[in-house]
Ligand binder design. Structure first.
Ligand SMILES: NC(=O)c1ccc[n+]([C@@H]2O[C@H](COP(=O)([O-])OP(=O)(O)OC[C@H]3O[C@@H](n4cnc5c(N)ncnc54)[C@H](OP(=O)(O)O)[C@@H]3O)[C@@H](O)[C@H]2O)c1
Length: 247
């Protein structure tokens, strides 16, 4: 999808992005700040978040905030505290982008270890469930809040050896649909994006021998994210988007 975002698209909006220290989340955080948003950078590696924070500070726009959280270890209490903090500091949340994910180990189904299965589900799915659950009241304080879930090409069509990651993305799309239906007549909207093959660390670990020169960069897949975060998509909910024509 191609969408040309105006320079003031996200003025007066506060947007929380998970996995904002690297890859697509990092590119999206910087772009959102360029377009006027106050960005909350959530991730687990503080050094990476600080580097993104510095890049945003250099824009001389709204300053960002860093929220260090390991989604794999966070408890329900952490999400409740996180929502209290966002409400206290910002008064509302206009955009929530569930972007962080773990690929896990690609392997035959019968070799999947339950520890790794649980980690992938915790990071990719349960964290998004708990974060959304506790942030809904804060999203409801915004005039029109947008929540974006991140799916994958294996999020609506299963693929051999991609077990827990693929299942977590199917469930992510299911959660998005449940929420979109439940909040149909509200100010909240919920959609999912499949970014498609994108040149990041995760893609490199899934396809180590791939010619990366043919891949889109994170900056090149952001259009649909910006469309869904801006007010043009105010009535759009329950949809799944492919960020690239070829995916
Ligand atoms: N790249 C692709 O081709 C592609 C294709 C389809 C879908 N996707 C999806 O797009 C999203 C972004 O992927 P990406 O390619 O940008 O991946 P990436 O470069 O590996 O970045 C993932 C980000 O998530 C963070 N993260 C992972 N586990 C976490 C945890 N337990 N707690 C907190 N943060 C955690 C990472 O933090 P650290 O930097 O600290 O590790 C990193 O900042 C993911 O949902 C992925 O499934 C990507």
């Amino acid at each position: 999808m191609h969408y040309e975002a105006p320079d003031n698209l996200l003025d007066n909006k506060t947007i929380l992005i998970t996995g904002a220290g690297d890859g697509i989340g990092k590119a999206l955080a910087i772009k959102c700040a360029e377009l006027g948003a106050e960005v909350i950078l959530l991730g687990r590696t503080v050094k990476k978040l600080e580097a993104v924070y510095d890049q945003i500070a250099a824009l001389n726009k709204k300053s960002a905030a860093i929220l260090p959280v390991d989604l794999n270890g966070a408890t329900e209490e952490h999400y409740s505290d996180l929502a209290d903090t966002v409400l206290r500091e910002y008064g509302k949340l206009d955009g929530l982008v569930h972007n962080a994910s773990q690929l896990g180990v690609l392997s035959p189904f019968k070799q999947i270890e339950s520890k790794m299965w649980n980690e992938v589900m915790q990071t990719n799915l349960t964290s998004a469930f708990l974060m959304t659950k506790y942030l809904i009241p804060v999203l409801e304080k915004a005039p029109h809040a947008s929540t974006i879930f991140t799916s994958s090409g294996v999020g609506n069509k299963g693929r051999a050896y991609w077990g827990p990651y693929s299942v977590s993305k199917f469930a992510t799309e299911g959660m998005m649909q449940v929420l979109a239906d439940e909040y149909e007549n509200s100010t909240l909207r919920f959609n999912a994006i499949n970014p498609g093959a994108t040149k990041t660390a995760m893609r490199a670990s899934a396809f180590p021998a791939e010619d990366t020169s043919i891949l889109k960069t994170p900056d090149e897949v952001l259009s649909v994210y910006l469309y869904l975060l801006g007010d043009r998509s105010m009535v759009v909910t329950g949809n799944r988007y492919n960020a690239q024509d070829k995916y």
